[in-house]
Design a protein around this ligand. Structure first.
Ligand code: GUN
Ligand code: ZN
Length: 441
């Protein structure tokens, strides 16, 4: 460390993306440095490149070995971005036997009702943040519960590690248990107060969170839109077109709208920094509407398989001009691991006309997710000036993976094996703003 600056020089095999590699896996979309260096000043990337070249350009840091961190032989990537996850639902992850609407009633709502107790919220938030970091995830778009204090608990836990996180209080004023119900007025007031308290506090940002169209009255959707338009850089998250029963219900509740996406358009809830979970059963007209408004879809493959919701077509959605990020959707999803999520995304894509290639999957888990959340000016790759959030992965974390890696001939094969056979056991360390939050091995 020098007097004025905190400097870190990290050595590892480094992979990051400059843009979407597309369906043809265009190599100009990524940079890979087998013996790489990431030079970080005051928590932000100053330079990223081959070790020898960075050392030659910055000899004072090269000589100052006290600021070196050596992960040679390991893979260093931008911290994973989880575009849609419910922190109060970790307690019902993997609950047996229901599709979406029954699953909400039997498991999700009771779990969320327990958050009326602030102590439950605080303990769960701390647990969740620690588990995210253990899985290599440094940014997530997080649903709290209807209780305002559940957002306070989450942001307090995230701020201990200075993480870039999005979170919002669920707005839900109908078709849910009494003890989880707010009103259009109270949800607008509470959300506005939370925005005041947390939005842009350090790296934290607020996401307005109407749960989904069936659990909000039209008055509440209008309230959400007022919050969205009156705070220019605030985010928005909700659910869209996940399950056939849900879609039919929306049709009945909003007979004057052309389709599910049109409900959100009609109420002013489409636009930049708005991301919708699932989007499995969208028509071409709905995809065009999302693209025209610059809204994104969070692809939640483990959840979609687990709840029997259907197979999202990521390639088709991207081709329509809609941004897509990857997401765990815990507790519908079955793991916080973005590696497992990438594997599930690949398997789901194999049922579609255009399966995802390995490069695009690694892109979606990092820069693609950051772009889908409207955060790519801060995170997602190692361009100079970006915040230095990164994850270090071990290609040989398990005997099966190590054996497979030993037989791989190319980087593409190794990356693919890492995401198909890997999980949180591969995470060696997770750094936020250059600092280690965990060094697990
Ligand atoms: N739709 C509305 N709420 C939820 C939720 O909590 N999880 C999932 N997967 N879908 C939803
Ligand atoms: Zn969800």
């Amino acid at each position: 460390m020098t007097e004025q600056h905190s400097e870190v020089l990290v050595r590892a095999s480094i992979l990051h993306f400059l843009r979407d590699p597309g369906t043809d896996a265009s190599p100009s979309a990524w940079e890979y440095f087998e013996d790489g260096a990431l030079y970080i000043v005051d928590g932000c990337v100053r330079a990223c490149g081959p070790w020898q070249a960075i050392c030659a350009t910055y000899p004072h840091v090269a000589q100052h070995t006290a600021c070196h961190v050596d992960y040679s032989g390991k893979l260093l990537i931008p911290g994973f971005v989880d575009c849609h996850v419910h922190y109060p639902q970790t307690a019902v992850m993997g609950a047996y036997g229901k599709q979406l609407l029954d699953w909400l009633t039997h498991y999700t709502f009771p779990a969320e009702a327990a958050f009326a107790d602030p102590a439950t919220a605080h303990a769960s938030a701390e647990h969740f943040i620690q588990r995210l970091l253990a899985h290599g995830t440094t940014t997530a778009s997080v649903y709290a519960t209807v209780h305002a204090h559940s957002v306070d608990a989450f942001f307090e836990a995230a701020s201990h590690y200075d993480l870039r996180m999005l979170c919002g209080k669920i707005m839900m004023d109908r078709h849910c248990p009494e003890n989880l119900r707010d009103t259009a007025e109270s949800s607008e007031r509470d959300s506005a107060a939370l925005i005041e308290r947390w939005h842009n506090k350090g790296r934290l940002r607020y996401s307005i969170t109407p749960r989904f169209a069936p659990t909000s009255t039209e008055a509440q959707l209008d309230a959400a839109a007022r919050l969205y338009t009156s705070h220019p850089d605030v985010h928005l998250q909700s659910h869209l077109s996940e399950n056939h029963g849900e879609i039919q219900w929306v049709r009945e509740l909003f007979p004057n709208c052309a389709h599910y996406t049109d409900v959100y358009r009609h109420h002013g809830l489409l636009g930049p920094r708005a991301i919708y979970g699932h989007g499995i059963h969208l028509s071409d007209a709905e995809l065009d509407m999302l693209a025209a408004h610059g809204s994104a879809i969070a692809f939640c493959p483990t959840s979609n398989r687990f709840l029997g919701s259907g197979h999202f077509d990521a390639s088709k959605t991207l081709a329509a001009g809609v941004k897509v990020g990857l997401a765990t959707d815990v507790g519908g999803g079955t793991s916080l691991s973005m590696l497992r999520t990438m594997n599930a995304a690949y398997e789901v894509s194999m049922t579609t006309a255009t399966p995802l290639n390995p490069w695009r999957l690694w892109y979606l888990a990092s820069l693609g997710g950051a772009a889908a959340l409207g955060l790519d000016q801060f995170i997602g790759n190692f361009e100079a000036g970006h915040e230095a959030d990164f994850t270090v992965l071990d290609f040989e974390a398990t005997p099966d993976l190590a054996w497979r890696i030993h037989h791989c001939k190319t980087l593409e094969e190794r990356l693919f094996a890492l995401m198909t056979l890997g999980d949180e056991r591969c995470v060696v360390a997770t750094h936020a703003l250059g600092k280690a939050t965990t060094r697990l091995k």
